[in-house]
Design a protein. Structure first.
Length: 327
């Protein structure tokens, strides 16, 4: 039996509640070295039980462009969902992205193009009043990944280049050669996954408002990403755990039910806590795991979301599922 369960629309609560909006809008940046960032413990929290079933948010949603989704994020205050993909017609090496805003039934509400940003492995949303500020990687490197973080206000129909004055750029980890982020909207913290100059893949945990203000000195945790030979496809932060998604698309070497796994990592110890196979969306055609996110509903239920791409080449679709059991 897979973990895949059909979504009942009556079960879907209007998404709401969550962390209060924060952070000043466009502030300067100052870097901290590793020696300046003395780690302090992140308060212990419940964790998602990854062996529990997954439920549908939606399936087969069209994005603005036709390529595979790479990641997604929620604005937990303004009830918004954003999905990132590589831009149609651009080479992968360009780092050109398309961001689509969807409603919670999977209908398109708007889009933006980002030129020269990165691969879109993970994006984050920060509510500021009625506006949403997105966090993405920026300044694509020779490996088609972004070296820094960019923060900018969501504005549908807009195209931004990586040199746009609308961006505020951040380098929270000064020796990072690749940088992406995910936001815990309940606890207002940010996980930054980075590759350093020594070639080590690591996570660092910060307070979102401090990063937005350009203050990178209060690094709450910093630890190596646990070794895993599987293909990395996304991550999320909730409380004292980072969640990871790995796997590849269905194919001759990966037939159904596939090789998609979720895992949890304790941010205070860096230890792998749980790793579990997921059958979410097992009946999808193509089915490539792509992206994770966290959301808290108006009723207070915290959910861990998993993303999968489906459909034929030239007509890829977005599919998002969630788990909701904490232990």
């Amino acid at each position: 039996m897979t973990q895949d369960r059909t979504w009942n629309r009556r079960r879907l609560l209007m998404l709401g509640g969550g962390a209060a909006a924060g952070a000043a809008l466009g502030l300067g940046a100052k870097a901290a070295t590793a020696s300046e960032a003395a780690p302090t413990a992140v308060p212990t929290s419940p964790r998602f039980q990854l062996t529990e079933p997954s439920y549908d948010l939606f399936r087969h949603a069209r994005l603005h462009d036709a390529r595979v989704q790479q990641s997604f994020t929620f604005d937990n205050v303004n009830r918004r969902l954003f999905v990132a993909q590589l831009k149609d017609g651009s080479p992968d090496s360009s780092g050109d992205l398309c961001i689509t805003q969807l409603d919670f039934a999977g209908n398109e509400l708007g889009y933006m193009y980002l030129l020269g940003f990165g691969h879109g492995v993970s994006i984050a949303a920060q509510p500021v009043g009625t506006s949403t500020y997105l966090w993405t990687e920026v300044d694509v490197n020779s490996g088609a990944r972004g070296k820094r973080l960019a923060r900018f206000r969501w504005s549908s129909g807009t195209t931004l280049s990586n040199t746009s004055s609308a961006l505020t750029k951040h380098s929270p980890v000064s020796d990072a050669t690749e940088t992406t982020c995910a936001i815990d909207p309940v606890n207002n913290r940010m996980a930054i996954r980075y590759l350093n100059t020594a070639g080590s893949r690591r996570y660092a945990i910060f307070n979102v408002n401090e990063v937005a203000a350009g203050n990178y000195t209060n690094r709450l945790a910093d630890f190596a990403q646990p070794s895993d030979p599987a293909v990395f496809q996304g991550y999320a932060l909730y409380g004292s755990y980072v969640y990871q998604l790995t796997g590849t698309a269905y194919g001759d070497d990966n037939p159904s039910p596939g090789n998609a796994y979720t895992s949890s990592v304790n941010v205070n110890t860096g230890a792998l806590t749980q790793r579990a196979f997921t059958g979410a969306g097992s009946t999808l055609t193509y089915r490539e795991p792509e992206g994770m996110g966290v959301y808290r509903t108006a009723a207070g239920e915290v959910r861990l979301f998993l993303g999968f791409a489906s459909g034929a080449a030239g007509d890829r679709r977005s599919n998002i599922f969630y788990k909701n059991v904490l232990v």
